[in-house]
Design a binder for this molecule. Structure first.
Ligand SMILES: Cc1cc2nc3c(=O)[nH]c(=O)nc-3n(C[C@H](O)[C@H](O)[C@H](O)COP(=O)(O)OP(=O)(O)OC[C@H]3O[C@@H](n4cnc5c(N)ncnc54)[C@H](O)[C@@H]3O)c2cc1C
Length: 446
């Protein structure tokens, strides 16, 4: 009897995670992983840090072809999936003009996303950042150039800006919105990041680009920035959903999936940047575009396919909170849930509290300084968001806020939260608890 076959299209973190999970569940399953890229594998997260010379490009491939093959995954690198026949359950691919067909029992779509591009009047070409090849190209393109403009003040744009500054370039950031990290931080927190970047010598401008003429960038608000020699654009991405759509699989902002990561076709599952999933707070579907969720979705898809084949228990994907952390220079910036600005737009009658405090009086002498914490609660005083900035202790605090959001904790739950204490690493009242206490007191006195 021939083996049951699961075909996966896309070998990013989601596809690789799904493949490895399926093989761990059962060695009897045939798992075929198809990717149009010829690279052995890759991870995007390290790319800005490679640019600044902190890592070598060879170090970054946690999911590589050899590792996958050693786990029994059949890897088809360099083959682009061009169509899916969901009735016959066949995927057609092409490589060097040669077409190939793969039949499947179940299919997983992990086709990810591609960088969003814009037209900039007066600029013939610019770089984006997604693959290791992009880093090599950027390094070539900027080798003899000094002043580089980063278009887009999101996490990736800021990481790249700090990296380029570190290797001695003059850097300007241009953000179309009125503050950096829109949608991630509120303005009061974003100003802290702005000040830090300015202290590194990075210039920041706000406004949309009207045109570039004779080496001068002119913004719609008439600000002009002279001397820019190269552009790197980082303004988000667009999901790769055309293949799914043309196969009749339902899509909206991403491929539509249920809580089992199943698409509108019962033999096709999907995970990662190409899908939209439920937001835990708003209960509305949206794309996550973060690796932490891509791998969790992939595991759920793999388990539920295995469940259909009688090999594993069923698993549910419980929605996303939106937990992001970035290191820009030596500053950590993190957010969870929704910001005060977004809550305002959604008319949630949210309340917010920002505090700045020190986390470790002793370590302070060794360089850890202020930690900035912002908590956001809805009108029922349920925790719905948080933002943390500092040079240490940021990850722990954002994960605490994430746990609070996931478990629908209230402000008073946080006020009474038991946290570990030792003078070397923290204070008796943790900064998160302190922020909750300040907000609670403010509300009582209002
Ligand atoms: C520079 C950078 C830094 C980042 N840093 C972080 C971070 O610190 N933390 C975090 O959580 N997230 C981070 N992200 C986001 C994170 O990388 C993505 O959310 C995650 O990689 C998505 O994985 P994916 O497998 O869904 O998609 P992708 O990584 O986009 O992979 C999709 C794959 O599908 C293949 N493919 C598409 N269409 C076809 C087709 N028709 N046929 C065959 N193959 C196809 C593509 O070649 C690609 O290899 C970062 C992203 C970038 C660009």
């Amino acid at each position: 009897m021939s083996k049951l076959r699961v075909v996966i299209i896309g070998a990013g973190v989601a596809g690789c995670q799904a493949a490895v999970t399926l093989r761990k569940i059962s060695q009897d399953l045939e798992v075929v992983l198809i990717d149009s890229k010829r690279e052995k594998g890759y991870s995007q997260f390290d790319l800005p840090y490679i640019l600044e010379g902190e890592m070598d490009i060879k170090e970054i491939w946690p999911f590589n072809k050899d590792m996958l093959t050693s786990q029994g995954v059949i890897v088809k690198a360099g083959e682009k999936a061009i169509s899916i026949d969901t009735k016959k359950k066949i995927v057609k691919t092409i490589m060097d003009g040669k077409e190939q067909e793969y039949n499947y029992d179940y299919l997983i779509l992990t086709t990810g996303a591609s960088p969003r591009r814009i037209e900039i009047k007066g600029v013939e070409s610019y770089d984006t950042i997604k693959n290791p090849g992009d880093i090599e190209r950027i390094e070539r393109n900027i080798a003899n150039k000094n002043k580089i403009a980063i278009i887009g003040g999101g996490f990736i744009g800021l990481e790249v800006a700090a990296a380029l500054k570190r290797i001695g370039k003059e850097v300007v950031i241009i953000e179309a919105m009125p503050h950096l990290l829109p949608g991630i931080l509120d303005e009061d927190m974003a100003r802290i990041v702005e000040q830090y970047l300015k202290s590194l010598g990075i210039d920041i401008y706000y406004g949309k680009i009207r045109e570039v003429s004779e080496g001068k960038i002119i913004l719609e608000n008439e600000i002009s920035i002279p001397g820019v020699e190269h552009f790197i654009v980082s303004i988000g991405d667009i999901p790769n959903i055309e293949l799914a759509r043309s196969a009749g699989i339902k899509t909206r902002t991403g491929i539509i999936v249920d809580k089992y990561m199943k698409t509108s076709n019962k033999y096709v599952y999907a995970a990662g940047d190409c899908v939209e999933v439920l937001d835990h707070i708003t209960k509305k579907p949206r794309r996550s575009v973060l690796a932490n969720n891509a791998v969790r979705e992939a595991i759920v898809a793999a388990y539920n396919i295995a469940n259909k084949l009688g090999l594993a228990e069923r698993r549910e994907f419980k929605g996303i909170i939106g937990m992001g952390i970035s290191r820009v220079g030596d500053l950590f910036i993190a957010s969870a849930g929704i910001s005060e600005e977004i809550a305002e737009k959604m008319n949630l009658d949210a309340l917010a509290q920002k505090i700045s405090t020190t986390i470790a009086p002793r370590e302070y002498k060794n360089g850890i300084d202020t930690i900035h914490v912002k908590l956001i609660v809805d009108k029922k005083k349920r925790i719905i968001g948080g933002q943390v900035i500092g040079k240490g202790g940021v990850l722990t605090r954002i994960n605490m806020i994430g746990m609070a959001i996931r478990n629908d904790l209230s402000l008073s739950d946080l006020v009474m939260l038991e946290t570990a204490y030792n003078p070397v690493c923290t204070t008796t009242i943790d900064p998160i608890v302190k922020a909750a206490m300040v907000l609670e007191r403010r509300l009582k006195n209002a």
